[in-house]
Design a protein around this ligand. Structure first.
Ligand SMILES: Nc1ncnc2c1ncn2[C@@H]1O[C@H](COP(=O)(O)OP(=O)(O)OP(=O)(O)O)[C@@H](O)[C@H]1O
Ligand SMILES: [Mg+2]
Length: 415
């Protein structure tokens, strides 16, 4: 059945069209000023057909319809007007597919909705069946992932600081993605109040259109963009590893730096991120369980034969109070430790305030080490990569089998 929604201030019209729209009829009072917040009112996928009653503020509604049609190619628009003759030409110019008078019967609305839905599906099919030569080869951004086998070791602290540090170098071209899909706290670490979340970016029209995707990003003061974890943990179930592969491929084509915060361990989602990663930061605390976990994670990464540009082992909470030294850790994991981050009181204040150290610039040894890490990341060790990016509105060509899929086949990853 076609997903139909209605925006109308008329209770009579909302009631009459209820058999078509179900519970997705709204009064325009609820913040419909821009297409993203308008579509955010609809739970689940965006409507295939949006009926907009433009008896009041016809010009405003037409302008909104124009932006909506441009940015959400999978949603067709049908207008309701008591002067369809006057509106026909401007409506046609912006791509509205039909106009009905308010007194049209339910059956007439039903027929018009089906015609609009069918025309929209054809248009989307044309957009998504773009031959390979219509893709363009663009420089690929660096994808920096912060991972650890154990929780609470400072991944979010490091990821948010790196992201802010990179955004200071490339404002408007750095994005952080919170892949701790159940309990992510990037939003709180950056003091953000997102209106849109990871699920909005990986599903619906945003999946196929970079312009639409960008309307769902949350902006931070530093010029950083953020894709925050779902605000309801159960929404995490709707996000697959394939969604993540697709998203990261698209982001790498659009942004100079993509920074990823992850959940502890190696879920399918984390492996999908690993597959797209150019710069890996493996983080651990300096205790025996943490270091053992780190060794296992390093073994797994070696087995995956990833083509990383850099892989850095970073120890956190490094101080002289623990029993282990950096040399002990290196002997256990069989590789060099690249950086040891000191324990710092400023970290706790920073997380409580939602202001990363590199944003406040507070003078502290940890701030200095984090800045040093940003400098190293921003000095790439390999020549720039490229990535195939679809032209606007086109569906990217299928990705080759990801390592997480191969890994899953080997039975190493829990489904
Ligand atoms: N170097 C440090 N010195 C002092 N406190 C720190 C340091 N690094 C992180 N912290 C604090 O440790 C706590 C855990 O950090 P954080 O949330 O970044 O870890 P995480 O690995 O993301 O945790 P989770 O696995 O639960 O997502 C936070 O309160 C943070 O402020
Ligand atoms: Mg975290």
């Amino acid at each position: 059945m076609t997903r139909v929604s209605l925006i109308s201030s008329s209770a009579e019209l909302r009631d009459r069209l209820q058999p078509l729209t179900g519970s997705t009829a709204f009064s325009p009072a609820g913040g419909t000023g821009d297409p993203a917040s308008l579509l955010a009112q609809f739970t689940g996928l965006p409507p295939e057909v949006l009926i907009m009653d433009c008896r009041a503020d016809a010009n405003g509604k037409l302008a909104l319809a124009a932006v909506l049609i441009e940015t959400y190619p999978a949603t067709g628009v049908l207008l309701v007007s008591d002067r369809p003759g006057d509106l026909a030409l401007p409506a046609m110019r912006v791509g509205v597919q039909d106009i009905l008078p308010p007194y049209a019967t339910l059956a007439e609305f039903g027929d018009a909705v089906e015609a609009v839905a069918s025309a929209t599906r054809n248009r989307v099919a044309q957009l998504t069946e773009v031959p390979a030569e219509v893709t363009r080869v663009v420089p690929a951004g660096q994808v920096v992932s912060v991972m650890s086998p154990k929780g609470g070791v400072g991944k979010t602290t490091v990821a948010t600081n790196i992201a802010v540090g990179l955004a200071q170098r490339a404002p408007g071209s750095t994005v952080i993605v919170d892949l701790d899909v159940q309990f992510g706290d990037v939003a709180s670490g950056l003091d953000l109040e997102p209106h849109h979340f990871l699920a909005d970016v990986v599903h619906g029209a945003a999946r196929y259109d970079a312009v639409v995707m960008k309307t769902f990003l949350t902006q931070h003061k530093s010029g950083l963009y953020a894709i925050c974890a779902p605000n309801v943990p159960s929404d995490a179930d709707k996000i697959t590893a394939d969604d993540i592969s697709h998203l990261l491929h698209g982001l790498a084509a659009e942004f100079r730096y993509v920074v990823i915060d992850t959940a502890p361990g190696m879920s399918e989602t984390t492996l999908a991120a690993l597959d797209a990663t150019t710069d890996l930061i493996l983080l651990s605390s300096m205790d025996v369980p943490g270091i053992r976990g780190l060794r296992k994670e390093l073994d797994t990464i070696r087995e995956l034969e990833l083509t990383l540009d850099s892989r850095r082992v970073v120890l956190n909470f490094a101080d002289h109070k623990g029993l282990l030294s950096v040399a002990d850790v290196e002997a256990t994991i069989g590789t060099r430790v690249d950086l040891a981050l000191p324990r710092s009181k400023a970290a706790l204040t920073s997380v409580n305030q939602g202001i990363p150290l590199l944003q406040s610039g507070v003078r502290d040894p940890l701030t200095k080490h984090l800045r040093n890490l940003v400098d190293r990341i921003a000095t790439p060790t390999r020549p720039g990569r490229t990535v195939e990016s679809p032209v606007a509105g086109a569906k990217p060509s299928p990705q080759p089998a990801s390592r997480w899929q191969l890994f899953k086949k080997k039975g190493t990853v829990a489904a």
